[in-house]
Design a protein around this ligand. Sequence first.
Ligand code: NAD
Ligand code: DAU
Length: 334
Amino acid sequence: MKNLLVTGGAGFIGTNFVRYVYKNHSKVQITLLDKLTYAGNQTNLVDLLGERVQLISGDICDGPLVEKLVSQTDAVIHFAAESHNDNSLIDPWPFIRTNIVGTYTLIQAASKYHKRFHHVSTDEVYGDLPLSGSNEKFTPTSPYQPSSPYSASKASSDMLVRAWIRSFGLQATISNCSNNYGPYQHIEKFIPRQITNILSGRRPKLYGSGSNIRDWIHVNDHSAAIWDILTKGKIGETYLIGANGEMSNKAVLEMILKLMKQPQNAYDIVKDRPGHDLRYAIDASKIRDELGWQPLYTDFQSGLQKTINWYVDHQDWWQMDKNKIEMTYARNNQ
Ligand code: NAD
Ligand code: DAU
């Protein structure tokens, strides 16, 4: 694969994926298609832009633009999405439009031009697992039970991709990954919100009891997994990506407080998220056994420390957005 079209390449995971491919696969050329919403940042990749990396500012719902770009590429890696659950509970429409109509627009073009397509999705399509009394994990055959407008829109997009594989022979794979952490993550999300709250003199905010569990994976491990699926994955298959990183939100927050030398109780408990999923946990044995992928960032505390350092060193990257984001949360008592 010489030419990749990466949608949502100016967002958190897209940026890290493009950096991963740029560094590890020197012959690959990358075109990014990104609407540069509040979540996309064109400065993320400014040092890479040139002969090998090109950024197109545009919308995945723009049929003619999508057709033109898809026709010129070897493969599409589809990250672009509205990605934040809390926003989807305030205004679901952008999620329906981008995540469902946008994915439809892309797979129509990929089918028409017979292009390889990889759909980047989430473990949230499977709903949640009980907090206690079960060691169950999500597998590729777990039933779809999305809880929020965000996860329902991602579930819908997965279903569209599956239907296009079966009915139109779309050459696609799907991956469902757990919670990512690392550099370039938008400060609306849990880990960067707490780090930047501390750095800007605010108190961290924990939803409800903090007992909800997320299965954390470093974003570079997710990028490597997507590359493996793209190059070795079987068409039509779904791969679950996770790194055995289950932790309660309270435990993650306490680790951030410790690493940033704050008292362990220096945070506020705020209003819980409606419909808040209890626990996510991924069984990644399929991608490990069939594609030989394995996570390299297995020490969460050291990955978290590096992530904290990144936000300390890149205050220009996030400071401009901080007041606005916190005002939105405050309006919602969060
Ligand atoms: P993000 O919000 O940081 O980035 C999304 C990017 O998509 C932004 O650059 C934004 O400008 C762009 N975009 C939004 N609407 C667009 C449109 N209509 N046309 C073109 N570009 C548009 O999201 P992220 O956290 O990097 O997530 C990327 C993908 O990975 C999403 O599909 C998400 O569902 C999936 N995912 C995320 C996680 C996670 O923990 N963050 C885990 C599993 C899967
Ligand atoms: O599981 C994969 C999903 O992970 C992705 O599909 C989503 O795009 C991504 O945003 C993420 O969803 P979550 O809702 O799990 O992530 P978020 O960072 O919003 O919240 C993580 C947990 O922390 C969740 O249980 C809610 C809680 N939380 C969040 C915020 C912003 C807090 O306790 N306080 C907060 O301030």
